[in-house]
Design a protein around this ligand. Sequence first.
Ligand code: GDP
Ligand code: MN
Length: 367
Amino acid sequence: MKLAEHAGKDLFRRYGIPVPEGFLVKDPSEITIIETPMVVKAQVPVGGRGKAGGIRFASTVEQARSAAKDILGMDIAGNVVSEVLIEERLSIDREIYVSLSVDRSRRLPLLMMIKEGGMEVESAPPAQITSWPIHPFVGIPSYVCRNAASKLILDPQPAAQLEAILSNLWRLFWEMDCELVEINPLVKTFDGRLIAADAKVVIDEDAVYRHPGLIEAAPNLTWLEREAREKGLAMVLLDGDVGVLANGAGLTMATLDNLALHGAKGGVFLDLGGTDDEKVVEAALAIMSKAGQRVILVNIFGGITKCDTVAEGLISAKDKLRFETPMVVRVRGVNEEQARRMLAERGIAASRDLDEACQKAAALGGV
Ligand code: GDP
Ligand code: MN
């Protein structure tokens, strides 16, 4: 899960990594006072805003408002800007690139630094790039910080600051279950301070539940996807009309493929995961029923998730929510006969065969 810049900077602040003072606005009229020269920055979950015109400078309220007006609504790589961050403008002497990521081939975190960071970092000569594998039980040792400072040719004062920043960055990376923390640029100002001018933080999707407050910080999620996450369900909205509820991401994707074979398109990918709790099924269906699908296709392969538990959840959801959307069910595996019987009693026919169920769903979906 990638955080918006301002949310990443909130984390930086919490972990003692210096960031510019700033505030977030959704509308130019919210800008009322500008005390120092400012930067107006589009909040989109993609890089390259600078090059796309999503970063502007302003010294007066009028300039800041007009920059915000231009940037809000802008489309940056398919993301419409709905918020801008207004921050104190730094006087930049140097821009350094710093990141902590996961090096999958070494199976270790990797600290990487580039002497000349900033917007042209992709074309940095290899000689400028230095990296250090970091053992997770050790963290970033002092000697690595000193080595980094010497490669970056920093004076003693910023070098000491670099050491503090790296140790805080490591704590953030580790405690927040990050896949990536990137500061580009880490600015060295003319008066010798290091400040994170940008923040890119990516949290491991499977660990997001450990940080409940962060779900609000996830950009690009619809309210429905957000609600699903809060309930621990993996949901993705697609552009078709058949809502697919299955257990396991693989089965959910296979179901979408099979639907496509019958000419229908999935509109919701909802993975129940492995659960044997009818309440989770109920919650999933409650979310699904709000997604405005023409038909709901439930495909369960019973194992840990027992078919009769799912049937119970489906039935009580249908009773409580009283939604009209037609439902096509396919169950196979543990307690399937029992599930089929329970559903049949409530007028829901459940197939054994996936092809048959997909064909039925496609027909109901108007194909
Ligand atoms: P990105 O293009 O999406 O990575 O956005 P960044 O936040 O990294 O900003 C891009 C560039 O804008 C930086 O590399 C800087 O050159 C410039 N920039 C950003 N903030 C400031 C600032 O406070 N002062 C100055 N002078 N330049 C800035
Ligand atoms: Mn950047």
